[in-house]
Design a protein around this ligand. Structure first.
Ligand code: NAP
Length: 254
């Protein structure tokens, strides 16, 4: 195969992105649409207008699906029947929640909610959509991991455990499905300006300490993740399997 820029095109592909309303999920949705994909935007509540408007501006196409991913059983009961009419080529497991509390006080209900959204739903969605990809002999799954897939963090034990699990699951699924033409990879964003990091950006001391460690000398923007997602979703990444690609302005190398 000779290489051409067409290898990055997503024309004719259908992509499902979870958590598409805001932040990284929005930026990745718009990026995939810019590369030509038809977007299935999975939202929690019916307010994805901003994401839809950005895709419309590009002349892209989209549909919306609403589901609360913390109700993991509803993925098989409600979502899978809706998805039957689509051939999903690209699945981006982006939706995620964070709960900050010292481990000694961390409530069981918060532990379970974080695990349900950040890892349990990722497994069930990947399993259900991965089956159809394996049957068709092609597909890309991109999981959104974190620097806390490698490090421990402070006061976010459930988040850290869930994101370590996301990295592990990425490799486990990649090993099983690479031979069937399905690539499973992850993106580990660094510190990105989104709702997820609002609280630590408001804390002047934490904000400065974080900035001091980022060689790029700035927080990341959600758009910094879009190109990486397009690459991993494209034919250009057909031989990339089980990789957790860090996009962090250099944080991990410091
Ligand atoms: P965000 O703006 O808070 O986005 C989180 C998204 O997940 C929202 O669209 C949210 O929908 C959705 N979501 C939350 N609970 C859900 C549920 N029960 N069912 C369905 N959707 C749900 O923050 P973000 O930074 O873009 O986060 C996106 C991903 O990046 C997460 O997995 C996060 O862990 C990861 N990440 C972020 C950073 C960072 O620095 N920002 C770093 C590493 C990894 P609603 O808004 O409608 O609730």
């Amino acid at each position: 195969m000779s290489f051409s820029l067409e290898s990055f095109s997503l024309k004719g592909k259908t992509a499902l992105v979870t958590g598409a309303r805001t932040g990284i999920g929005q930026a990745i949705s718009v990026g995939l649409a810019a590369a030509g994909a038809h977007l299935l935007l999975l939202g929690h509540r019916d307010n994805l207008d901003e994401t839809k408007a950005k895709i419309d501006q590009l002349g892209g196409t989209h549909e919306t699906i609403l589901l609360d991913l913390s109700e993991v059983s509803s993925i098989r009961e409600k979502l899978v029947p809706v998805l039957e009419k689509y051939d999903i080529d690209i699945l981006v497991n982006n939706a995620g929640v964070i709960h900050r509390e010292p481990a000694m006080e961390f409530s069981e209900s918060e532990w379970l909610r974080v695990m349900d959204v950040n890892i349990n739903s990722v497994f069930i969605l990947s399993q259900e959509i991965g089956k159809t990809m394996v049957q068709r002999g092609s597909g890309k799954i991109i999981n959104i991991a974190s620097l806390l897939s490698f490090q421990g963090g402070m006061f976010v034990p459930a988040y850290t455990a869930s994101k370590h699990a996301v990295a592990g699951l990425t490799k486990a699924l990649a090993n099983e499905w690479a031979g069937n033409g399905v690539q499973v990879n992850a993106i580990a964003p660094g510190y990105i300006e989104t709702n997820n990091t609002e609280a630590i950006r408001q804390d002047e001391h934490r904000n400065q300490a974080i900035l001091d460690r980022i060689p790029a000398d700035r927080w990341g923007e959600a758009d910094d993740l879009a190109g990486t997602a397009v690459f991993l979703a494209s034919k250009a990444a057909d031989y990339v399997n089980g990789h957790v690609l860090v996009v962090d302005g250099g944080w991990m190398g410091r």
